[in-house]
Design a binder for this molecule. Structure first.
Ligand code: DX5
Ligand code: ZN
Length: 217
């Protein structure tokens, strides 16, 4: 009995109007706002850094969920805490010391997330589950919005089992739409990031799971 949360990714929003775009999706009922930070190094695209995230903060009344697609992570953790991130997620592929990184994130008071690229198995986070508040399962190779969904439902099921009764969210990121959202929700995900489905002519309700209204698989 999980409530599915929708986290619109502002990567697909109008970059000249972030404040209005955030207010619009929150008015539609967005649970969290997902912020994609890219460094042109860990992923082949560049977005924004701490000063931009700080500027988004006053517009986000819900939860600011910051997804770092950068390496290294540790030198920037405090800057994202100061910018007002509620959840800070680092990739397990971003360096050899994810455990230390998650500890450092929690030490600032933020919640700590760990993200897995499609090619990375669930086992990579097995020994991090007591250090983490969220596991982000990438269902595209990170870097761009609007890509085709890669089926990771077996990974999601495995993670849900590994997590057991720990209070750890499973977030899905990439290619969430009305066809794929019910699949990942049924597999055990409880937070769905949606970029193009929400901002390119749709709304928070477009993936079809808003308010826990999960369609039959
Ligand atoms: C991809 C980002 C995603 C992306 C999702 O690297 O992490 O958050 O914006 O966009 P859609 O929903 O269009 O796949
Ligand atoms: Zn993301």
């Amino acid at each position: 009995d999980r409530t599915i949360k929708i986290a619109p990714s502002i990567l697909s929003a109008d970059f000249a109007n972030f404040g209005q775009e955030i207010q619009a999706v929150e008015a539609q009922g967005a649970d969290w706002v997902h912020v994609d930070v890219m460094d042109g190094h860990f992923v082949p695209n560049l977005t924004f850094g701490p000063p931009a995230v700080k500027a988004f903060r006053p517009h986000v009344k819900t939860v600011m969920d910051v997804h770092l697609m950068i390496t290294p992570v540790d030198p920037y953790i405090q800057a994202y805490a100061d910018a007002g991130a509620d959840i800070l997620t680092a990739h397990v592929e971003a360096g050899p010391h994810t455990h230390r990184t998650l500890q450092a994130i929690r030490a600032t008071g933020m919640k700590a997330g760990v993200a897995l690229n499609p090619g990375t198995p669930a086992d990579a986070v097995e020994h991090l589950l007591d250090m983490t508040d969220l596991v982000c399962v990438m269902t595209v190779n990170p870097g761009f919005g609007g890509q085709k969904f890669i089926d990771m439902t077996s990974k999601v099921r495995k993670l849900r089992e590994m997590i057991g009764d720990r209070p750890v969210h499973i977030e899905i990121d990439g290619g969430v739409d009305p066809k794929t959202a019910p699949l990942v929700a049924a597999a055990g995900a409880d937070v769905l990031v949606a970029g193009s489905a929400v901002f390119k002519g749709g709304s928070v309700e477009t993936p079809g799971v808003y308010g826990n209204n999960i369609r039959a698989v």
